[in-house]
Design a protein around this ligand. Structure first.
Ligand code: UT7
Length: 318
């Protein structure tokens, strides 16, 4: 038994923070941000709006797109590094909202690779015969851990959620997933505090050595896309769409060059969403599906890279 994507959904909070808004708050310019990152604006949660609220919107949209009821879902995996609470995990909180009580529900923390990890886990449960209809979600309120006094990170991050509904099928939709992590890179990209290590004075915020992370991201993503293609005996020219993590337009361009893919075969949302961590790939996927670019039967390469460091890919026959 294999798994196939039967529905996608996403959600963006109404609040928008533009580069011009940031210009007023810190020593930066719209021109610098656009040139160095490709970002123009990001969505930010309203006061009181949470990661699980956004995950619920995205999950319900994926269920509706597939014409399936939440009562049928027998596994929920939510990738997030900004859960509402220390516990219950975001998957269980989402399950409580959807009402499909009793099924396993997980929260996965793999920073920007959280959705790829969630998708891989959901696919494996289905392949093992332990689930038939699974939600894989990526949802983040990164604005809650962004230091708006640090221009090296504040310009990058935004909030949002995306979800896919996977159903058991004899025909493979998820052809492969590959997951990786290297904990020795912890100092380069992390949240500055937490429950057990202790909260950082002044708040727990993302810290990043941006240009080092940039170079590693380009190299690791190049290897990750090769790995996905080789494992499936697929050539670059077979790909219909690259659906990349949206961290920086220059990283996306480098991966597209590596794949010999013109940018019009890449789903790019970074200008409007910024980096939404684990929400970024399912958000881009849903946008490509709903605007009609991604069609049934297309071959998609999904990839992500983030704090940990973690990275991974999924090759998908949509
Ligand atoms: O999703 C998880 C993974 N995260 C990533 O993949 C992010 C990877 N990193 C990046 O996207 C880029 O490294 C950044 C966008 C964070 C920074 O861009 P960069 O081209 O690597 O710039 P830089 O850090 O090398 O800084 C170049 C210059 C510096 O000034 P000097 O030393 O040359 O005078 C910075 O102080 O740009 C300056 N700078 C800024 N200037 C205006 C840094 N941030 C800003 C800013 N506005 N916001």
């Amino acid at each position: 038994m294999r798994s196939r994507i039967v529905g996608t959904g996403s959600y963006l909070p109404a609040g928008v923070l533009t580069n011009f808004d940031l210009e007023k708050r810190m020593d930066t310019t719209d021109a610098w941000i656009r040139e160095r990152t490709g970002i123009e604006r990001r969505h930010i949660v309203a006061p009181g709006e949470t990661t699980v609220d956004m995950a619920e919107h995205a999950a319900r949209a994926a269920l509706e797109a597939a014409g399936r009821s939440s009562a049928e879902v027998d596994l929920i995996v939510v990738g997030t590094c900004t859960p509402d609470l220390q516990f219950p995990n975001a998957g269980v909180m989402l399950q409580g909202r959807l009402g499909n009580l009793g099924c396993p529900a997980l929260g996965v923390e793999a920073a920007c690779s959280g959705f790829i990890y969630a998708l891989s886990l959901a696919d494996k449960f289905i392949r093992a015969g332990e689930a038939k209809l699974a939600l894989a979600v990526g949802a983040e309120s990164l604005s809650k851990i962004t230091n708006y006094n640090d221009r090296g990170t504040a310009i990058l991050f935004g909030d949002g959620a995306g979800a896919v509904l996977l159903a058991a099928d004899e025909e493979p939709g998820i052809l492969s997933t590959h997951l990786h992590a290297d904990g020795s890179y912890l100092p380069l990209l992390r949240c500055s505090g937490g429950v057990s290590a202790g909260h950082a004075p002044g708040g727990d915020y993302i810290t990043m050595a941006g240009s080092e992370v940039f170079k590693i991201a380009v190299n690791m993503l190049a290897r990750a896309v090769d790995e996905a293609l080789e494992a499936n005996q697929v050539s670059r020219s077979d790909l219909d769409w690259l659906v990349p993590h949206q961290a920086n337009i220059r990283i996306i361009q480098a991966t597209a060059r590596k794949l010999d893919l013109p940018l019009d075969r890449v789903i790019i949302t970074v200008a409007d969403h910024g980096n939404t961590s684990s929400a970024s790939v399912p958000l881009a996927l849903d946008i490509g599906v709903r605007d009609g670019r991604i069609k049934r039967g297309d071959l998609l390469l999904l990839e992500a890279f983030g704090g940990g460091l973690t990275w991974g890919s999924a090759l998908v026959r949509y």
